[in-house]
Design a binder for this molecule. Structure first.
Ligand code: NCD
Length: 342
C-alpha cells in the first residue's frame, strides 16, 4: 500500500477535494485492484474495525460494493435497511446512528433520500467527540462521492492502468447526459472532472437542466454565467439543451438515469421522445471521438437513457468495469478513513 498522508475524517462531498486527495484515492485503489486480482483477495488492514452500512434508501451496487470492500479489508460489517429496522417503530436517524455507535462502529456508510443526512450524522459524531468517520453513499440530489471517484478511476485506469492520476483527464472532453437536475452523481462528477482539467459538457432538456442549476454551479465554481445561447457556457463547463454539441468529439459520455422517483412534476413529454432526443445509441456516438467510451452509474432504464444494445457492447460500454472498479475504490476510501484509527 502506498504510504500516504490523509487528513480528511469524513467523506461527504467532492466540492473541496484537492488534487493530492484525488491522486491518493486513485493510487490506493490501484493497489487494491492488484490485491483483488490475486488468488487470496483479502488483506488484514481493517481487522477488528466495524463498518456499518446505514442505507435509509434502496441500493443494489453501492451497498453490496461497500459491504464487499469492507469484507476484503477484514472489517466486521453491519448492514442496516430502513424498511426492516426500528425506524418503522419511530426511531430517529440520529438515534439509529447512535445505536450503531454504541456497538463500536468505526465507519458509517450512509445513504439517504434527503440531502444532508450524512453531514448531520457526521456533525453529531463530532459533537459527541467520537472518532467515527462518515462516508456519504448518496444523499438526495446532493452528492455521491464514491460513485464519482469510481467513475474517475475507471476512466483513468483505461488511459494509464499502471498509474491512474487526475492529470490524465486534462483536455479530455466529457459529456454528462440526462437527468442532471436530480442527479447526485452528476454533481460529484462535475467537481472531480473540473478539478482534473477536463472540458465538461452537460446536456439535457431544459426541464432537467434549468437555468437555476447553471447559476448554482457557476457560483460554486466561481465562474460567470452568460445570458447568451447556449444559456451557460464558460470553460471548462458548458451546458446544452441539445445533445449533439455535447457529443461532438467527446472522449467519454456519462449517461444518467431518469430519476423518476425524484421528479415532482411531469418534466418530459414521453420516454420515447426523450430517448429519441437524448438517448445514447451507437449511431449518435458517431459524433464522438472514434474510441469513445460510455459510462452509466446504474441502475439503467434500458432503451431510455441508453439503447439496450449499446449498454451490452463491450467495445463502448464501461458499465461493468465501473461496478468492478467500485470495489477497489471503496476499499481505498475505507482504508484511508480507517487506517488513522488503528
Ligand atoms: C446512483 C444513485 O443511487 O445515486 N446509482 C448508484 O449509486 N450506482 C444513480 C441512480 O440512482 O440513478
Amino acid at each position: 500500500m502506498p504510504t500516504t498522508t490523509w487528513n480528511r475524517h469524513h467523506i461527504l462531498s467532492l466540492a473541496d477535494f484537492t488534487t493530492t486527495e484525488y491522486d491518493t484515492v486513485l493510487q490506493t485503489a490501484a493497489s487494491f485492484q492488484e490485491v483483488l486480482s490475486r488468488r487470496t483477495k483479502k488483506v488484514p488492514t481493517l481487522q477488528g474495525q466495524v463498518v456499518a452500512n446505514l442505507f435509509f434508501e434502496s441500493s443494489t451496487r453501492t451497498r453490496s460494493s461497500f459491504e464487499l470492500a469492507a469484507k476484503r479489508l477484514s472489517a466486521d460489517t453491519l448492514n442496516f435497511a430502513a424498511a426492516t429496522s426500528s425506524m418503522t417503530k419511530g426511531e430517529t436517524i440520529l438515534d439509529t446512528a447512535k445505536t450503531y455507535l454504541a456497538m463500536g462502529t468505526d465507519i458509517m456508510v450512509v445513504r439517504h433520500r434527503e440531502a444532508g443526512v450524512p453531514n448531520a450524522i457526521a456533525a453529531e459524531m463530532d459533537r459527541l467527540g467520537v472518532r467515527v468517520s462518515v462516508l456519504n453513499a448518496g444523499d438526495g440530489q446532493h452528492e455521491h462521492p464514491s460513485q464519482a471517484l469510481l467513475d474517475l478511476f475507471t476512466i483513468c485506469t483505461l488511459i494509464d492502468p499502471a498509474s491512474p492520476r487526475l492529470e490524465l483527464l486534462k483536455g479530455k472532453k466529457i459529456a454528462i447526459v440526462g437527468d442532471i437536475l436530480h442527479s447526485r452523481v452528476a454533481r460529484s462528477n462535475i467537481w472531480s472532472l473540473i478539478a482534473s482539467g477536463a472540458e465538461v459538457h452537460l446536456a439535457a432538456p431544459p426541464t432537467l437542466l434549468p437555468k437555476l442549476f447553471a447559476e448554482y454551479i457557476s457560483e460554486e465554481l466561481g465562474v460567470k454565467s452568460q445570458e447568451s445561447s447556449p444559456h451557460f457556457s464558460t470553460p471548462p463547463l458548458f451546458l446544452h439543451w441539445q445533445l449533439e454539441p455535447a457529443l461532438q468529439d467527446a472522449d467519454f459520455v456519462m449517461t444518467l438515469r431518469l430519476q423518476k422517483e425524484r421528479m415532482t412534476a411531469h418534466l418530459l413529454p414521453s420516454l420515447r421522445e426523450y430517448h429519441q432526443l437524448f438517448g445514447i445509441t451507437r449511431t449518435k456516438l458517431q459524433l464522438c471521438k472514434p474510441n469513445v467510451k460510455v459510462l452509466h452509474p446504474g441502475p439503467v432504464n434500458r432503451g431510455v437513457e441508453i439503447s439496450s444494445e449499446l449498454m451490452d457492447d463491450p467495445e463502448f460500454s464501461l458499465i461493468q468495469s465501473q461496478v468492478t472498479s467500485g470495489i477497489a475504490v471503496r476499499m481505498a476510501l475505507l482504508y484511508l478513513l480507517g487506517s488513522g484509527k488503528a
